[in-house]
Ligand binder design. Sequence first.
Ligand SMILES: NC(=O)c1ccc[n+]([C@@H]2O[C@H](COP(=O)([O-])OP(=O)(O)OC[C@H]3O[C@@H](n4cnc5c(N)ncnc54)[C@H](O)[C@@H]3O)[C@@H](O)[C@H]2O)c1
Length: 280
Amino acid sequence: MASKIILGRGIALITGAASGIGRETAFAFAEAGVTGIAFADINEQGAQAAAEESKTYATNGEYRCIAVHVNISDEDSVQKMVDSTVKEFGRIDYCVNSAGIGNTSGAVMPNLKLDFFSKIMDINVKGTMLCDRAVARAMAQQEPLTYTSRRHGTRSLGRGSIVNLGSTNSYVAVPGMMGYTTSKHAVIGVTKSAALDCAQFHIRVNALCPAWVDTPMMQASLARVPTLGQLIKTASPLRRAAIPEEVADCIVFLCSPSASYINGAGLLVDAGLSLTAHVP
Ligand SMILES: NC(=O)c1ccc[n+]([C@@H]2O[C@H](COP(=O)([O-])OP(=O)(O)OC[C@H]3O[C@@H](n4cnc5c(N)ncnc54)[C@H](O)[C@@H]3O)[C@@H](O)[C@H]2O)c1
């Protein structure tokens, strides 16, 4: 089957690639024709399995992939991930930061444990910043890619595109979700700042902000909060969670030539959930 969005070349580094949105995004990149993907995750076995499966979807005859262990909250580990990707493939054109943790606490603010708040900020915020920083340093060293349009000739695509995973919780708050909501608001701060700071190197940085996506993270939330399944059906204007492919395709779009003028955006992919306070 032909890919919906064609990249045709390039190297992708994807964190959180062992599961959920990261895994699906890597498959979408393979289908879009990239030449190489580094599957990075704290779960190295899962990353290895996803890398193996990606070969089924790859459309570029030169496609290669590797699995890399990373703990995104550890500066040295993040640097090693970037170094081994550059060593293997020579460059990084697309970076997707999908590694993260969900709101496993559920405590309302007066009862919120500092340990949990610190942990989620460490992984979701510091982890995203560390990955953006290390990847941007590598991207800044490389030659820009170009794109030739039949109507308007050749334009530079810049030295790379980075996509961070925000959430609808990057824009709205939900009771009992202070840790997660704060971390996802901060991901927008990281994204906007990185977008401005990296513009001089012609590196674009955006955030993709989905509502519920049916992944192992959402399944864990459904197991913790029995009323969540009905809430999703009631609150989502489309009466369902997104499937991972619907999010992955938007991430590929943000990395594609079609998005070459999008920088510093937080793209909501929530079926209109955050448009209204009205719940039917
Ligand atoms: N699923 C949803 O409903 C939803 C909605 C909005 C935003 N998001 C965001 O999308 C991203 C991906 O979520 P998902 O649903 O695919 O989750 P998931 O749990 O299926 O996958 C997350 C992956 O991140 C990895 N990971 C966790 N901590 C790590 C660390 N310290 N270092 C390296 N890897 C680590 C995990 O091993 C796992 O493979 C997260 O940032 C999440 O907050 C998810």
